[in-house]
Ligand binder design. Sequence first.
Ligand SMILES: *Cc1c(COP(=O)(O)O)cnc(C)c1O
Length: 466
Amino acid sequence: MTKPQALPEPFRIKMVEPLALPSRDTRETALRASHYNMFQLKSRDVYLDLLTDSGTGAMSKAQWAALMNGDESYAGADSFYTLKKTLQELLGFDHFLPMHQGRAAEHVVFSSLAREGDLIPMNMPFDTTRAHIFQARAQPLSCVVEEAYQPEVDAPFKGNVDLSKLEAALAQHPHSRRIPLVMVTVTNNSGGGQPVSLENLRACARLTRARGIPLFLDAARMAENAYFIQQREASCRNLTCAQILRRMMDCADAITVSCKKDPLVNIGGLVAMRTEALYYQLAPRTILHEGYLSYGGLAGRDLEALAIGLREMVDEEYLAHRVSQVRYLGDLLTEAGVPILRPVGGHAVFIDAGAFLPHIPQRCYPADVLSVELYREGAIRGVGLGALAFEDTDPVTGRKKLPRLELFRLAIPRRAYTNHHMAYVAKCVAAVHQRRASIRHGLKLVQDSPVPGLSHFVARLEPTPL
Ligand SMILES: *Cc1c(COP(=O)(O)O)cnc(C)c1O
């Protein structure tokens, strides 16, 4: 392997937020107080916070300046029209509904369009997406390519939909199962932030259009996906990321977006769509749950910052650094012998916790044990995405089914941490890896979520001997 390399940051720092490494004693106390659940740690007890890349990025000076342009009118605010124009120009959608964040978009979409017993084919559902599909009494169906389940297999587009799986699912509609929509997540967060190729998106569009089923993209990381297409799909090598993004969008009938990811804001979401008919189908629930159609739970100033973030997210230098910083961390870990999901995704490094802690059975939550140990080691917060987050209960037999992947995610906030921080993270993970055989405990669930799919957010855990 060539020596891990990082690109210099394409920004300088105008304002600093001090960070402090809490003492070992503080960390032990914090672990107990949080019931060994990273979501329940206080951020002041964390040194480097890689829990999520959601809403944790740094806004640019242009975004901060734009806040003053916020038009806080209840209806028809200028800020709404500024954002509408951006979405038309950048993504080609004529209609959109602002939402307070991505899961609000999921709520509006699935509660409006899905019914009991429906099937929602996807590449892979993200955790909140999955929970919203369950809430609508529908069922998600993963149709991702087989490589997605093989962490060590290096393939360029592990987020792709397996077209034969999708075709077989679609054949059920409308006879045995109704399929109100197909959703493809770009990049595929649950499967390691892996991209979907433009060719694959086009093929999905052909299959869904032939049956008159709308194709939705869960487009939280659409810009990172476009960058990977530029780097890995030969026919797109000479296109800009903005041009590729537009071609991706051309495949979709609608998109849901958590704007807390690629669009570089701390809060916000949206649904954008081609037809007025779909807009009016989703409008009532937006008004009921989010707010009026021109603000959807956001302030006018949030819409202004979002309009700028959407343009900044496709900046070529920004994207090159963003993806290289994540890869740098991944390469440092690989160099230290840590088993990670390859290739490194766009927003996070996913450690194969099953391979890292092979002596801990999956029902003792190895991914979450690794969270605890890394926090203990260096006050770094990541998140387990394994059995605790994705265990399924069979709706008929009530039997528990463990997920195929047991991953621990280190998500990198956008424009917030430097490459030196990545080196510190790698050093701490390597130290845990060195002492992995001495980790002789698992975790057990002492209090679970009453709502399916939300365990990892609220669970209380306790160490348990192996
Ligand atoms: C974060 C995320 C969501 C949910 O968005 P929130 O803004 O956190 O509510 C949905 N889908 C994907 C792929 C995400 O990464």
